[in-house]
Write a protein that binds this ligand. Structure first.
Ligand code: ZN
Length: 430
């Protein structure tokens, strides 16, 4: 890695013909370019930064290097979250910003890293402004936010907030049968130390997560930056359809107990129920046994992700999907088991902090700041139960996320950095 991150440094451009950008914009671009190749699959162009893998370790090394380049105190908490501190967190009432560096399978470059890179760049901006911190300022990289490997999102923040016990976390297993403790151990961390960390949370007076928008609301309103109002309630359900494996060539249709058929009907039902309710529902992952092209499946296991603006709506959607699944399973002589694997109720962000952000950005920076709800889960949503929490969204011109096509314009990213710097200055500086 090249030496980056000292504030007031003027970058010499990025080789693509763009002029040198001073201050925080320059430091943003330099950090962005460093992180860009890490964990990117050469074939798909998507990111595969899964928790406790070598790509994750490289991202974490990058974080540590950024902390050290700025003379920040660096620490890893017992749940594997990384922290970089300006000022002493023991003083309490700290302002913390950051996000995550891991990704979904073939995820985009922005979901997560934009918040971490913007955090360091915003600190550079504050230093360039020569403002004095009156509260400790922390930058955090939460571990295993996406849940791509172990199937549960926000493991690092959930553990810290006491929303996931050590025993539950120890039972998490990846697709290769490797348990979370084994994976943590292999990456050099102590899985027996994980668990709630109320002392750490008690030191935080405000947490602000900047994130690329995962939708097109800001593009529609023509704004670069928005403030979050709430995260929709959301959850993951596993549908196990059990039938009977048999020969695809010799078994008469009438004699089959094919679990693929009720599964297919359930996928269609999910779409219908979500559309009728103004919610979203997705079967995006499936496992088939024995998974042979010439075999009727014995088992089709599908994972449903569903979210809605309100709890009652989500309940109605899930009940409708489950009823359809049962009806079709019975019709095809197939067994069905539905398991709720995770659930997060609606998260209303702290109203006072949200209004403070809108005030800082609206009055001091002169921005028109839309307030948006979101269907995506975030570490901020987990922390919101324990500390005053807010989120900033940066415009995503296509709305595409969790895909290599996810993007944000450079100018919008820089606007995000400056907005975050304004917010941090308003909250933590004199
Ligand atoms: Zn994210």
């Amino acid at each position: 890695m090249s030496g980056t991150g000292t504030e007031n440094q003027t970058r010499s451009g990025d080789g693509a013909g763009r002029p040198a950008a001073p201050g925080s914009a320059g430091s943003f671009h330099a950090m962005w370019r460093e992180l860009l190749p890490v964990g990117r699959h050469p074939g798909t162009g998507g990111y595969r930064r899964y928790a406790w893998t070598p790509a994750d370790a490289e991202c974490r090394a990058w974080f540590r290097q950024q902390a050290s380049a700025r003379g920040l105190a660096y620490e890893v908490d017992r749940n594997g979250n990384q922290w970089a501190w300006a000022g002493d967190p023991a003083a309490g009432d700290a302002v913390v910003t950051g996000s995550h560096l891991d990704s979904v399978p073939d995820g985009g470059a922005f979901d997560g890293p934009l918040g971490v890179v913007s955090a360091f760049a915003a600190l550079d901006e504050l230093r360039a402004r020569n403002v004095q911190l009156t509260r400790p300022l922390g930058i955090v990289n939460f571990g295993d936010e996406e849940g791509a490997r172990f199937g549960l999102a926000c493991v690092g923040s959930r553990l810290t907030a006491g929303r996931l016990t050590r025993e539950q976390a120890h039972r998490l297993t990846d697709g290769d049968g490797i348990t979370l403790p084994k994976a943590m151990e292999a990456a050099g961390y102590d899985p027996d130390a994980i668990g709630p960390d109320p002392e750490r949370l008690a030191r935080i007076g405000a947490f602000v997560e900047l994130h690329v928008e995962q939708g097109r609301a800001l593009d529609v309103t023509g704004d670069r930056v928005g403030v979050a109002s709430a995260i929709w309630p959301h959850g993951r359900w596993r549908f196990d359809f059990r039938g009977e494996a048999n020969h695809a060539g010799t078994t008469r249709l009438a004699d089959r107990r094919d679990p693929m058929l009720p599964y297919a009907e359930t996928v269609l039902a999910a779409r219908r129920e979500a559309r009728l309710a103004g919610a979203v529902a997705t079967f995006g992952k499936i496992a088939v046994e024995p998974n042979g092209v010439n075999a009727i499946p014995a088992l089709v296991r599908g994972w449903l992700d569903s979210r809605a603006p309100e709890q009652g709506t989500l309940d109605t959607v899930i009940e409708g999907i489950e009823a359809a699944a049962r009806e079709h399973a019975v019709a095809h002589g197939v067994g069905l088991e539905v398991t709720r694997e995770s659930f997060t109720p609606v998260v209303e962000f702290d109203h006072a902090l949200r209004d403070e952000l809108a005030r800082i950005l609206g009055k001091e920076a002169g921005l028109k700041v839309p307030v948006l709800g979101t269907g995506a889960g975030h570490d901020a949503g987990i922390l919101a139960g324990a500390v005053p929490t807010a989120m900033l969204f940066v415009r995503n011109p296509t709305g595409v996320s969790h895909s290599p096509a996810e993007r944000a314009e450079e100018d919008d990213c820089v606007a995000g950095v400056l907005a975050l710097a304004d917010v941090l200055e308003g909250l933590a500086c004199r």
